[in-house]
Design a protein around this ligand. Structure first.
Ligand SMILES: [Zn+2]
Ligand SMILES: [Zn+2]
Length: 206
């Protein structure tokens, strides 16, 4: 299956390893893409976990789940990535969280269907590196060697999660575009080249 994020890669080789916790996104764009794919795959926990902790109070899992359930995402277009695009190379210390880390930005356009209409919004999202020692249960059992973790867990001490830098989504500047009706004979907004009525994965959702 092709990844939801439009990369043309297989889901298993693109966003899934991030969503299942086998790898950490190394760039803001990877995190952005994987959060979009998580909306498509309705992986609410991942969307919640990849919010910066400052935002988790304002974005409950319930809110995320109801938006994901009422919307059918059809397309992601990345316009640009800017700012810091790699995680800090310094080894995190307990004080690192107090240091001002540089933000990364990703500008994108999302298309989704809701209530039988096509909606689009563009956003410039801001991402911040965060020091965390949170290690998901899947990660410790994943095959070593494919991990993109900048600080691999010491093989003699796997039960201790060492702190590492990870990207988190903090906020964004959003602009909504006018929604429009979509007819059965219109081109599917996903860009498949099929008519909407023939693009079953998207048409059957509404
Ligand atoms: Zn992807
Ligand atoms: Zn389609």
């Amino acid at each position: 299956m092709q990844c939801y994020c439009g990369s043309l890669l297989k889901y298993q080789q693109c966003c899934e390893p991030f969503i299942t916790g086998q790898q950490h996104a190394q760039t803001p764009e990877q995190l952005m893409r994987s959060r979009f794919s998580a909306y498509c795959a309705r992986q609410v926990d991942y969307i919640f976990q990849t919010y910066h902790p400052y935002q988790q109070d304002h974005n409950s899992k319930q809110d995320i789940a109801s938006f994901a359930a009422s919307s059918h995402f059809v397309k992601l277009e990345i316009i640009s990535s800017s700012g810091q695009t790699e995680l800090p190379r310094t080894k995190p210390t307990p004080d690192s969280e107090l240091q001002l880390a540089s933000a990364g930005y990703v500008e994108f356009v999302v298309s989704y269907l809701q209530g039988g209409k096509l909606h689009q919004f563009s956003e410039v999202s801001r991402f911040l590196p965060l020091v965390t020692s949170a290690i998901s249960s899947l990660e410790s059992s994943s095959a070593k060697g494919i991990s993109a973790d900048p600080l691999p867990i010491n093989s003699t001490n796997r039960s201790t999660a060492e702190p590492c830098w990870q990207w988190r989504y903090i906020d964004g500047v959003l602009s909504n575009r006018p929604s429009k009706s979509i007819g059965r004979n219109d081109a599917c907004p996903c860009g498949s080249g099929k008519k909407f009525k023939q693009c079953l994965v998207h048409q059957s959702a509404h």
